[in-house]
Write a protein that binds this ligand. Structure first.
Ligand SMILES: *Cc1c(COP(=O)(O)O)cnc(C)c1O
Length: 424
């Protein structure tokens, strides 16, 4: 698989290089040069998740990884299902939270870890990533204990749920976590600065594991196929998929799935009050506001770093951006949606509830809707309990980590300090 840098098309890399490098020159994102449609999508949809995913990824990667190796990587990464749950007559929830850290980021994080382990040379690798909550947990658990790979995770101090923090800041070993005095965008800016610092990059073998890494996106393409595969054949071409969006990696993966021939009629990008994209799609003006904290904090992103990939793909496919549905839900609307959804018999959490609310508002009579449930309700236990008057039991992995002491370091949003920490 060949990829090019969207900002500088003359930079071309293999998949292995793109995985190791993360970002291209000038912080440009890598994008696949070819996205040839899959030869027989119907036959593919008949296969079980892992078998189908290995073939699909093989189609994308070409001869860069042997079929046998790819099978082993997919088997090691996708150790849990992605069931489609019926919520109402025409609406289904794609539950992406049955992995070890109870969020969809397990798919991308675990596959990326497999890729890095497969492509690793003798050099040291340091994974540096910023998280607004779930990426950190997924990355930490995916890489925990992998030899030769150090992991450093930055997160906005006090702005992620205490349970989320427990889940990835209690591991120790090759996982170091840093609470930054600032918001998620500040963490993301620090990561970008580190990647622009060539001497630092060389010294510690910097690699990013957030949603900019192409391996994460390719893994995520697989569960869109799994969603459609679970719909009756007659309904597949009528499917509308609503995606709760922050950095827009998830939506990019969905659009790639469509480019490969998956029958999805259209997508809806659902955001919280950090609604740069819905406003852009309405007015044509790209005007990020300051990031605000919301109930759906994993989507508290006002400068979504995967957006250039969405634009690039639409441009190449000749898809109009206007065909992309969008919606914004503020916290009051999110609370209301969570309650109504629970009233329909489905227990959700704020991110999924936003996607559901946008979907049910925009679904036409002849369409079938799927919304992505990106996290387990217990992952946002304090909020969900509070809003719905429940006491959701903690699933095993969360319960275990909730008892352990936090091992995080604290740093101001100051690059010089971070640099010293990384080198020290
Ligand atoms: C990361 C995350 C999102 C947003 O996904 P993007 O790919 O960044 O758009 C939505 N919901 C949850 C629970 C998340 O952790």
């Amino acid at each position: 698989m060949n990829l090019y840098n969207i900002k500088d098309n003359s930079e071309q890399v293999s998949f292995a290089q793109a995985v190791r490098q993360g970002l291209g020159r000038g912080q440009g994102l890598f994008f696949p040069e070819h996205l040839a449609p899959l030869p027989d999508v119907d036959a593919l949809l008949d296969l079980p998740l892992r078998e189908r995913s290995a073939r699909l990824l093989g189609h994308l990667l070409g001869d860069e990884v042997s079929a046998e190796k790819l099978h082993a990587m997919v088997d090691a990464a996708f150790t849990f299902p992605a069931p489609l749950a019926k919520v109402s007559e025409r609406i289904h929830a794609l539950e992406l939270f049955h992995g070890p850290t109870l969020a969809f980021k397990d798919f991308g994080g675990r596959f990326m870890a497999q890729c890095l382990a497969a492509f690793r040379t003798d050099e040291k690798i340091t994974i540096l990533t910023a998280t607004s909550g779930d990426t950190g947990a997924a990355v930490a658990h995916a890489f925990f204990g992998l030899p030769g790979i150090e992991v450093v995770i930055l997160y906005p101090k006090g702005k992620i749920s205490p349970l989320q923090e427990k889940l990835f800041c209690t591991l120790g070993g090759n996982i170091r976590t840093v609470a930054i005095d600032g918001d998620f965008d500040a963490c993301q800016a620090l990561v970008k600065q580190a990647f622009d610092d060539e001497p630092l990059k060389q010294a510690i073998g910097l690699n990013s594991a957030n949603s900019i890494n192409i391996s994460r996106l390719l893994a995520q393409v697989c569960y869109y196929f799994e969603a459609i595969a679970q719909l009756p054949k007659a309904e597949r071409a009528k499917a509308v998929v609503s995606v709760p969006s922050g950095n827009f990696g998830n939506l990019t993966a969905g659009l790639i799935a469509k480019a490969l021939g998956l029958p999805v009629k259209r997508f809806i990008a659902a955001t919280n009050a950090n609604d740069t994209v819905p406003r852009f799609l309405k007015t044509g003006q790209w005007e990020p506001h300051a990031t605000v904290a919301t109930l759906s904090n994993a989507m508290d992103v006002s400068r979504p770093n995967n957006w250039p990939r969405v634009e690039e793909l639409c441009r190449r496919m000749g898809w109009s951006l206007e065909a992309l549905g969008s919606a914004m839900r503020d916290d009051a609307q999110t609370v209301d949606a969570l309650k109504r959804l629970y009233g329909e018999g489905y227990l959700c959490e704020p991110h999924g509830a936003i996607a559901w609310d946008a979907l049910q508002a925009q679904l036409a009579d002849d369409e079938v809707g799927v919304f992505l449930c990106t996290a387990h309700p217990a992952k946002f236990k304090e909020r969900v309990d509070d809003i719905l008057g429940l006491d959701i039991p903690l699933p095993g992995p969360l319960a275990k980590h909730a008892e352990l002491p936090l091992l995080s370091h604290n740093l101001p949003a100051d690059f010089a300090k971070l640099r010293a920490f990384l080198l020290g």
